[in-house]
Ligand binder design. Structure first.
Ligand SMILES: NC(=O)c1ccc[n+]([C@@H]2O[C@H](COP(=O)([O-])OP(=O)(O)OC[C@H]3O[C@@H](n4cnc5c(N)ncnc54)[C@H](OP(=O)(O)O)[C@@H]3O)[C@@H](O)[C@H]2O)c1
Length: 418
């Protein structure tokens, strides 16, 4: 891909001048912050805690019980993939043909990385490096659309944007839940310029009618947050005939973003699309079998594949629209105690009780990405806790597939008719 490397971006950050913050999306020169190489604190703590263990995982692959401290082992086994038997990669994969051994190693490495980084204690540790002034930027006059805004991370994001003066459009599928969330945000923030939009993102035709209606306003769209998502364990098919996780997590993200592109272009060069992906994607490479119809369905694996597509799609958009003045970023919120997690991952929710992030902590990096001057952000990058994060865990074998995103986008175009 043609985007500048992380090193180039870091160099760019290092060259940037200093100054004052406090206005809406100030230029980088107006920011008074020292450069911070991505993943500095986490790289260190991760290295200290997990390097010897990861070394074992990757090269010797012992059973987790031999290497992990008891508490960590007990807790990460709540992540469904950790306790599942190794899964064979589907034949539809675009990456090298890895077997279950590689897949289980990836899952174990992910669980370990997650336990040290994605929990509340990871957030508390990373937050020591956060700069208060990064979040003091105002968004008056900016239009923001947040999907799945009535609950969890989407609600916290909508509230955070509204509290900074943005005009916020909350896209929700259920009118009653949407209205309750809308009135809570209006009364908590005092911002009456917050609006409810109803759309069931599992339906491509609803996404299209919403985009058509929303585009009639002809207002520039400064921030699109693709947040709505789900993990459905059973293979459910939508009335359009799409597998449900894929329909909401991938098809809707792709279609909505493409369809509101003219509004985003109107907000250039400030426009940005932030997609709430997940660290779960570390366990899966890109896979051409978008609807998981070629092997035994596994909802957790499908969710991880969906999130991998979101991350690759973000990279692809950044390249495709590099001259349009729109920034594309994906991010991982960490493991947050949301209604979605307690419903879909009750084991994780219970075992990590007290060490899951709050909804506000989960939304922190989404809001940070919406506020920062674009010069400070790396196009197409994946962010976690206000810093660029790797898209692949070391030796996981997931990177090889990223060149294949073009053919996946072709499939998405024909499935969605967009
Ligand atoms: N929480 C975590 O630890 C975590 C970790 C990694 C990534 N994420 C990602 O964060 C995002 C938000 O998840 P969350 O944890 O905040 O879960 P959540 O509380 O369940 O929120 C999900 C939101 O998406 C909406 N949604 C689901 N299906 C929809 C549809 N068909 N049409 C429109 N909206 C729909 C939900 O609406 P309803 O309320 O009507 O269901 C809800 O507003 C997701 O993309 C998730 O994958 C979360």
């Amino acid at each position: 891909m043609g985007r500048p490397s992380t090193a180039q971006h870091c160099a760019k950050r290092h060259r940037a001048g200093d100054g004052e913050g406090g206005v809406a999306w100030p230029s980088l020169a107006a920011q008074n912050r020292p450069p911070r190489p991505p993943l500095d604190s986490r790289a260190l703590s991760s290295a200290l805690f997990s390097f010897p263990l990861l070394f074992f995982f990757f090269f010797f692959s012992p059973p987790p019980s031999l290497t992990l401290p008891e508490r960590a082992r007990k807790n990460i086994s709540a992540w469904p993939g950790i306790s599942s038997p190794p899964r064979a990669e589907s034949g539809g994969g675009t990456a090298s043909n890895e077997g279950g051994r590689c897949s289980s190693r990836r899952t174990a490495a992910f669980g370990l990385y997650g336990f040290t980084q994605f929990t509340k204690s990871g957030f508390v540790e990373h937050a020591k490096k956060f700069r208060e002034e990064d979040m003091q930027i105002r968004l008056d006059g900016k239009n923001c659309l947040v999907t799945g805004a009535n609950s969890g991370i989407g609600f916290a994001t909508a509230e955070g944007l509204a509290s900074r003066g943005a005009t916020v459009y909350m896209l929700c599928r259920n009118k009653e839940r949407g209205e309750t969330a809308l009135s809570q945000i209006r009364s908590k923030t005092g911002n009456m310029d917050v609006h409810l939009e109803i759309c069931d993102l599992s339906s491509i035709s609803e996404v299209k009618s919403f985009a058509t209606k929303f585009s009639l306003t002809d207002k520039p769209l400064h921030v699109l947050v693709n947040n709505a998502g789900l993990l459905e364990h059973k293979r459910v098919t939508t009335p359009d005939g799409l597998e449900l996780n894929f329909a909401v997590n991938v098809a809707a993200t792709y279609s909505l973003t493409e369809l509101v592109m003219p509004l985003l272009e109107k907000a250039a060069p400030d426009a940005r699309v932030i997609t709430v992906a997940s660290g779960g994607m570390y366990t899966e490479p890109l896979n051409k079998d978008l609807q998981f119809s070629e092997s035994n369905f596994d909802g957790t694996q499908q969710y991880a594949r969906n999130k991998r597509v979101q991350v690759a799609l973000t990279e692809w958009w950044a390249e495709k629209y590099s001259k349009k003045g729109i920034g594309f970023y994906s991010m991982h919120p960490g493991w947050a105690d949301t209604p979605g997690v307690s419903k879909s991952l009750p084991g994780l929710s219970e075992k990590l009780s007290g060490n899951l992030r709050s909804n506000d902590e989960g939304a922190d990096t989404v809001i940070w990405l919406a506020l920062q001057p674009k010069e400070k952000l790396a196009p197409g990058a994946f962010y976690f806790d206000r810093a660029e994060a790797p898209k692949h865990l070391k030796f996981s074998g997931t990177a090889a597939s990223h060149g294949e995103i073009g053919s996946i986008v072709d499939s998405l175009g024909s499935i969605c008719g967009v």
